[in-house]
Design a protein around this ligand. Sequence first.
Ligand SMILES: [Cu+2]
Length: 169
Amino acid sequence: MYYYSFLFIIILMMILLEPGKSEVYTVGDEEEWNSDVNYGSWSHKYNFTLGDILVFKYSKNEHNAYEVTEASYQSCDVSNGNGVLAKYESGEDEVELSKVKKYFFICIIAGHCFGGMRFAINVSNVTAVKIPESEPNPPSKSLSFTFAGCQNWNLLICLVASGILFKLY
Ligand SMILES: [Cu+2]
């Protein structure tokens, strides 16, 4: 019985923990946030969902990461602070994707944005995307009904199935 409980708890934890898990992405992966990296292709490698975290790693003062409007992303122009939504300049910036929307990031050092240090990502709602994955799968159901005291099952079927499971384990 102890073995059963252990197995059941493990399966339950896998089901409960999986949907809400937030991911941490280092922008550019091992190339980090630098000149001469194609961030357009980097940003298409992943599906970003609500609660995920982007980490910008770079040499402070050589680069920065500004969240900007789509217009400023297209024009690479943030003169007079126009189009700036947030500034990150520490060299190791953690940006939580806390809204379902399109995010635009650029480096505002002269020439860097046009040189490729910009990308756009679409952040989707985690629950809308992952509902199909969070449905319990058949193996967990067959294990869990033995714990529910067979209440949802025909008693005979339940006893036979329990007997089979006990012999298997
Ligand atoms: Cu830069």
